[in-house]
Design a protein around this ligand. Structure first.
Ligand code: SF4
Length: 255
């Protein structure tokens, strides 16, 4: 049963250096407030979860007390080598704000390195900064109308949170999912560079994630149309985008 102190978890497992440094327990939380048509985990969108045909029920969504999850992290602490720890991702982890805060505070109190990956839309995100060692913030577009068109929400709160995160002492990684026809042109690269500079986020590392279609089958299993038709970014366009970022003084990284 879900309440304010439980986390609805889609799945969790160990991953090396993909969503934060070192060896990490990556916890995917259920529910997302955006509707990106390229989403690789569409089953994470509904707040109540959705059963995929290819996933056995015992591996599906489960409600876990935040304190139990923190205890699980503590028990796994010896596995967190290379500066690892726990990463909360989604879906959108901040939708489960009170329980996420409890899990983060208890993990921090136990000396566990904490990270979250977020779409940046929660207005209270900065309240969590004291308990986040490594923040991964998605920046899907620099233009409000385009962000609204593609995800269902504008960028105002994302931008405020990115500005606040850029000033915070925590480590920040900005991620742009690069998608042809959405945000991957040369004009877009210049737009992102201006946007990141205006928010003070150009001093932090940036990761470019190229569009892929790993989620296509899952959209079908959810009973929804996969509407992306031409999202792949060519090598040439990717290199040009990266070059524009580097020329703007933004350092690129890859996990
Ligand atoms: S923010 Fe992430 S989880 Fe949410 S719909 Fe977009 S890609 Fe999917």
């Amino acid at each position: 049963m879900k309440n304010e102190e439980t986390l609805l978890v889609i799945r969790r497992g160990m991953n090396f250096s993909q969503d934060g440094p070192g060896n990490r327990l990556v916890v995917h939380l259920q529910g997302c407030n955006l509707r990106c048509p390229w989403c690789a985990n569409p089953e994470s969108m509904p707040p109540e979860g959705i059963q995929l045909r290819t996933v056995p029920p015992r591996f599906s969504c489960a409600a876990l007390p935040a304190a139990d999850l923190a205890a699980e992290c503590l028990a796994a602490k010896r596995l967190f080598f290379g500066g690892g720890g726990v990463t909360f991702t989604g879906g959108e982890p901040t939708l489960q704000f009170p329980a996420l805060r409890t899990a983060l505070t208890q993990c921090k109190a136990a000396g566990i390195h904490t990270a979250i990956e977020t779409n940046g839309t929660h207005p209270r995100l900065p309240e969590l900064f004291p308990w986040i060692d490594f923040l991964i913030l998605d920046c899907k577009h620099y233009d409000d109308a385009a962000h609204r068109r593609w995800t269902g929400q504008g960028i105002e709160t994302v931008s405020e949170n990115l500005r606040a995160a850029a000033q915070d002492r925590s480590q920040l990684l900005v991620r742009i999912p690069l998608i042809h026809g959405v945000n991957a042109s040369e004009d877009d690269a210049h737009g992102f560079a201006r946007h990141l500079r205006a928010l003070g986020a150009d001093r932090h590392p940036l990761e470019l994630l190229r569009y892929h279609e790993y989620g296509r089958d899952k959209w079908t299993q959810c009973g929804w149309d996969y509407t992306m038709t031409d999202g792949k970014v060519s090598d040439e366009a990717f290199c040009r985008f990266a070059q524009i970022m580097e020329t703007a003084g933004i350092s690129l990284t890859q996990s």
